[in-house]
Design a protein around this ligand. Structure first.
Ligand code: AKB
Length: 314
């Protein structure tokens, strides 16, 4: 029986991934941890303990005491927050990963999951249908740490045979859990503001296209990747993963279909420069061929789901 440890379970991906993994592996077999207080949506759904992703000794202790066989390391500082304190972002993103990779070898973990991002790409990367393997020159500390992390994952796989798997997520849009410090967060905020105030000021300009994905697709893709047989995993860097691409203007148009008076204006800030260095669309044919990835949600379907779920909840 697999016993799973999730580090960073109270973040945007962590909350929904914990809930989904508990459905697959059983509530008691998925230990959620975070440096923060338990997220309200996790309460009562399974075991929870406080854990600092930087504290290798505490992670080892948790692995041993709970008979952990798999680790999902989700703790990270994202692109916008990372730029405010680059050294801190580098330390958190790198130290936590290398510690877990070492523990993976030492404790003979069966699998490790670590998320990467479209932030590994930079302005010299082909912007449209960005290939799996291409020019990679990230300009944010988040992107640098994710690319370095991918190389470390590949290194531990080649050198120690560690089964570590990874996805390059696009911007993720969710209604259950809040995003935290990313450049793509506008695409979540816009739904909340549309319902609350009928208007939104976007921190990205109207024609800034970025790759995006509804959280349900991201969670399903993550579990499918982790459950794929070893011989289907052909890259130990990180898989490109794609669903849709849109701009602030386009997402506003889909919202207007449901809320005709919705108004948007634009006040680009420092995040515009980050977005301008990222791909507009992603070629994820490797993930589709190797382990059968398929997305379900496009922009219209996602907008319908987001507005319906947020409205029912609030
Ligand atoms: C961010 O905007 O930093 C993240 C990401 C694309 O990895 N959502």
């Amino acid at each position: 029986m697999e016993k799973i440890l999730i580090i960073g379970a109270c973040g945007q991906i962590g909350v929904e991934l914990t809930l989904a993994l508990r459905k697959v592996y059983g509530d008691g077999n998925v230990l959620a941890t975070d440096i923060r207080e338990e997220h309200p949506l996790l309460r009562g759904t399974g075991p929870y303990t406080t854990l600092n992703a930087m504290d290798g000794a505490a992670i080892l202790d948790t692995i041993k005491k709970n008979g952990i066989t798999q680790v999902y390391l989700l703790a990270a500082l994202l692109s916008a927050t990372g730029e405010k304190d680059p050294k801190k972002a580098w330390d958190i993103n790198m130290q936590s990963l290398i510690q877990v990779l070492d523990l993976g070898v030492q404790e003979k973990l069966t699998k490790i999951y670590w998320p990467s991002s479209i932030a590994v790409f930079g302005p010299t990367t082909p912007m449209e249908h960005t290939p799996q393997a291409t020019v990679v020159e990230p300009r944010t500390v988040y992107g640098i740490s994710k690319y370095a992390g991918e190389l470390w994952c590949q290194y531990y796989h080649q050198r120690y045979g560690l089964d570590v798997r990874s996805l390059r997520y696009p911007g993720l849009i969710s209604w259950k859990s809040e995003p935290g410090g990313g450049t793509t967060d506008y695409a979540v905020e816009i739904y909340h503001e549309a319902l609350k105030h009928g208007k939104y000021t976007s921190f990205l300009s109207e024609n800034t296209y970025l790759p995006m994905m509804y959280m349900d697709d991201a969670i399903r893709g993550t579990i499918e990747l982790m459950e794929a047989p070893q011989d289907r995993i052909k890259t130990r860097m990180s898989y490109n993963l794609s669903a849709m691409s849109f701009s602030p203007k386009e997402i506003a148009e889909t919202i207007r279909y449901h809320i005709p008076d919705f108004a948007i204006d634009y006040a680009p800030d420092f995040r515009q420069q980050i977005a301008d260095g990222w791909p507009k669309s992603i070629d994820d044919s490797a993930a589709r061929q190797d382990w059968g990835w398929q997305h379900e949600y496009d922009l219209n379907k996602m907008t319908h789901e987001m507005l319906k779920n947020l409205q029912n909840r609030d």
